[in-house]
Design a protein. Structure first.
Lengths: 144, 477
């Protein structure tokens, strides 16, 4: 498992949606695309470049459908983040068939962290996980 | 929106011409030509897909404030008959289950307390937990949370948060029937542990408003409204618990639909027949979340009262009404002359019972249910009254807000939070927030013209205007 870099402002990719926000993750591998989508999701809530990776969580799940796996990955991260009062800035995931194992690191919310908007959950809208000539793209609309 | 795809019925309603057999019911869009022209074409696609779902009764509809959502469009209304294979859809309710508005009327006139507003803004922003990552002082053990889910605002009143008199003016007396706390996941309950009595973020707010204009004197009198009076509107929902139920069931219902052989026009419409274990399980969890939201707004009402009375000891704040706009409710409706028991999804739409409805408190029964169209922080909001015509046209439903006119991304390109806060202060509107980015995303210009939405709501017969409210203090989530 490599340590992913802390995303810089502007690294994250989004697409237009009237009420909510479309997040896009890209990567050479499927896993990188999922990690990138997680970063885009959490960057909606805070400036991730200021978040220190002090505490870590791990998660695992079984899922055969790649698109549903993206939604479950993002929603498990959001659930853990809210349950533990943490904001995450670094993400990792790996999978073997239907078994997915991942994690994230971050820190408790601080008063001086620049805040954005709370993400309530990842949806099935505009959901797509696709491999193209330039690698993988994983996207969906998140409810804010 | 490409209006050539629509057929105009009258000045305030439109339909989508569909080929025979293309859908189970018709599609109806309410609004003026101008409002519809600003909507995304995705609204047509989403509501047409809703019209294809099993067990639909009457048309699948959008309100004048509709915009592109997930699953159903925001502003979408659709009723389903459980005896005809009708479905329940998590995407037809939304993640923020029972998001809604609690409106409080005060005994204060703006002219008498204008000098207190900066102190009040500071007090409210310090005492009302708001914004992403903020928790409240109330920490509930799992058993206590189950009680909240079972008893809603009644639990809150019994534990000292507010008065029994509040309950009469909350939908279903503050507690919806049929909650099943056991159907709510452990993670959903853990997420709610520190979130009772919190506002949340995004478009949620607590606003102190002044009654600027009365449109309907009779209804205003019944609602206890007069020009110059201060009101408070609290816009929030079921917080982390509702969000987690939404995420849990969106995926499980998508899988259930496939397993049960329901052909969905789009997977985002994840649903199950009401009369199946999967459907009943979601309904039990959703009702628990509705009770959570009603308790949450009751606690926030209590905290708001404390803020007012600390500064103005003689202030009173009575509940005018509490109405949810992200729900699916089990209701009796007359369809083609017959009483039917239906499950009415309102996703970003408000219930709007007309005069005489037995569910209304005695005080409002002659004039109809109070309906709130919450506008943006710079423009204003409306209080309306439900009509008998809305029962015939829209299963007693009306608009819930101004409705977004542009995406958050576009808004961020166009406005800066600090500049907006300063500009609104010059207009006499005090904004208190922990997120300047959130302010920019919620810029008044990012929303439709609330006057146009309220007028279209009235002209379409969905509800009639009673009063226009101007914001004075806004604590942004």
């Amino acid at each position: 498992m490599s340590t992913p870099p802390i995303p810089k402002p502007g690294d994250n990719e989004y697409f237009e949606h009237d009420a909510d926000i479309g997040v896009v993750g890209r990567g050479v591998t499927l896993e990188e695309a999922f990690e990138s989508a997680a970063s885009a999701t959490f960057a909606v809530m805070a400036d991730l470049s200021a978040v220190r990776p002090e505490r870590s969580v791990t998660l695992d799940f079984e899922e055969a459908d790649l698109e549903i796996a993206l939604v479950r990955w993002l929603n498990l991260l959001l659930g853990l983040s809210h349950e533990q009062g943490l904001v995450f800035s670094r993400f990792w995931i790996e999978h073997d068939g239907v078994l997915w194992r991942g994690g994230a690191s971050g820190e408790p919310w601080r008063r001086d962290l620049e805040r954005g908007v709370e993400v309530k959950g990842a949806t099935l809208t505009m959901l797509e996980v696709k491999q193209g000539p330039d690698g993988w793209r994983a996207r969906c609309v998140v409810d804010v | 929106m490409d209006l050539s795809r629509l057929k105009q019925i009258d000045n305030w309603s439109w339909t989508v011409p569909l080929a025979p057999g293309e859908a189970r019911g018709e599609v109806k869009l309410y609004g003026s030509r101008e409002l519809l022209a600003t909507m995304d074409d995705k609204v047509i696609e989403q509501i047409t897909n809703v019209a294809r779902l099993p067990g639909l009764v009457g048309p699948a509809m959008t309100m004048p404030d509709a915009h592109w959502g997930y699953g159903f469009p925001i502003g979408g209304v659709a009723a389903f008959d459980p005896e005809q294979g009708g479905i329940i859809s998590a995407g037809g309710v939304g993640f923020d289950i029972s998001c809604g508005i609690r409106c409080l009327r005060t005994n204060l006139q703006l002219v008498d307390v204008a000098g207190e507003l900066p102190s009040l803004a500071r007090e409210l922003s310090e005492k009302i937990p708001a914004g992403v990552g903020e928790e409240g002082d109330i920490k509930l053990a799992p058993e206590a949370l189950d009680e909240v889910l079972a008893r809603g605002a009644q639990w809150a009143v019994e534990h000292g948060y507010g008065d029994a008199a509040d309950l009469e003016f909350i939908e279903e007396g503050g507690r919806v029937a049929g909650p099943v706390p056991e159907n709510v996941s452990v993670l959903a309950k853990k997420r709610q542990r520190g979130e009772m009595g919190t506002l949340g973020s995004g478009n949620h707010y607590l606003e102190v408003q002044v009654v600027d204009r009365i449109h309907d004197q009779v209804a205003a009198q019944a609602y206890g409204l007069r020009e110059g009076q201060l009101l408070v509107s609290i816009h929030c929902g079921s917080r982390g618990l509702g969000h987690q139920i939404g995420t849990d069931y969106l995926v499980s219902l998508a899988k259930a639909a496939s397993r049960l052989g329901i052909r969905l026009p789009d997977r985002e419409l994840a649903c199950a027949p009401i009369n199946t274990p999967e459907g009943r399980q979601y309904i039990g969890a959703m009702n628990a979340a509705i009770n959570c939201a009603l308790a949450n707004r009751q606690i926030l009402t209590h905290l708001t009262r404390q803020c007012f009375t600390r500064l103005m000891p003689r202030a009173t704040l009575e509940t005018l009404f509490d109405v949810s706009h992200n729900t699916c409710k089990r209701e009796q409706h007359v369809v083609e002359g017959k009483q039917r028991l239906l499950y009415v999804h309102r996703k970003g739409a408000t219930r709007a019972f007309g005069p005489g409805h037995p569910a209304l408190p005695e005080r409002y029964r002659a004039v109809g249910q109070p309906v709130v169209i919450g506008g943006s922080m710079g423009t204003g909001s409306y209080i309306l009254a439900g009509t008998a015509e809305s029962e015939r046209k829209a299963f007693s439903s009306a608009s819930h807000g101004a409705g977004r006119a542009m995406s958050r991304k576009q808004a961020l390109k166009q406005w800066h939070g600090r500049q907006l806060v300063d500009e609104l202060a010059r207009q006499g509107i005090l904004i208190r927030t922990r997120s300047m980015r959130g302010v920019a995303e919620e810029a008044p210009g990012a929303y439709k013209d609330v006057d146009a939405v309220a007028e279209a709501t009235e002209r379409a017969g969905l509800a009639r205007r009673v009063a226009f409210l101007r914001p004075k203090v806004c604590v942004k989530g």
